[in-house]
Design a binder for this molecule. Sequence first.
Ligand SMILES: C[S@@+](CC[C@H](N)C(=O)[O-])C[C@H]1O[C@@H](n2cnc3c(N)ncnc32)[C@H](O)[C@@H]1O
Length: 188
Amino acid sequence: MNYWEERYQKGETGWDAGKITTPIKEYIDQLTNKNLKILIPGAGNGYEFDYLIEKGFKNVYVIDIAETPLENIKKRKPEFATHLLHADFFSLETKFDLILEQTFFCALPPEMRPQYVEKMASILNPKGKLAGLLFDFPLTSEGPPFGGSKEEYINRFAPKFEIKKLERSYNSIKPRENKELFFIFEVK
Ligand SMILES: C[S@@+](CC[C@H](N)C(=O)[O-])C[C@H]1O[C@@H](n2cnc3c(N)ncnc32)[C@H](O)[C@@H]1O
């Protein structure tokens, strides 16, 4: 069984905030174009998905390699079953206007970071944005979650993205206070 699916089945999901997190909620709240095609990669239980749907965004998709959290979302939003993609993010071929990152980047083995940047850039429409949260604590061999720094993120993403924002998140949930950066990167 896949490592992640096993974690969900055993209920070992320390990353799961149980509801949409404040930084992602507040970012969504200021979006005005309800037609944006949005992806939540490595969505897990995908509370952002429900929130977006309830706010009137209909062109929203999640992708995850673990089936259990997708089944959970399906129970909550059965009419959107076709928007729940049970697949490897790196196999995606369709394009999006906005991709929301939260604890997916840090879940991947660090050696996959260059592929993450490439793939994200390749599945965004012109002017498309990758936005969300990245952890701000030292990268060690221990993880997931694997850490990183503002400097590392700039070096990694700047070749493919315009760094519109990358700063200490002021509205993190308590356990992540002072440990994450909020960012908006626009594809070049
Ligand atoms: C740390 S969890 C975060 C889940 C969710 N973003 C959250 O904030 O609760 C990482 C998620 O990424 C998923 N995942 C890991 N590698 C993946 C891949 N290559 N393609 C799609 N999903 C993946 C896992 O199944 C897991 O649900």
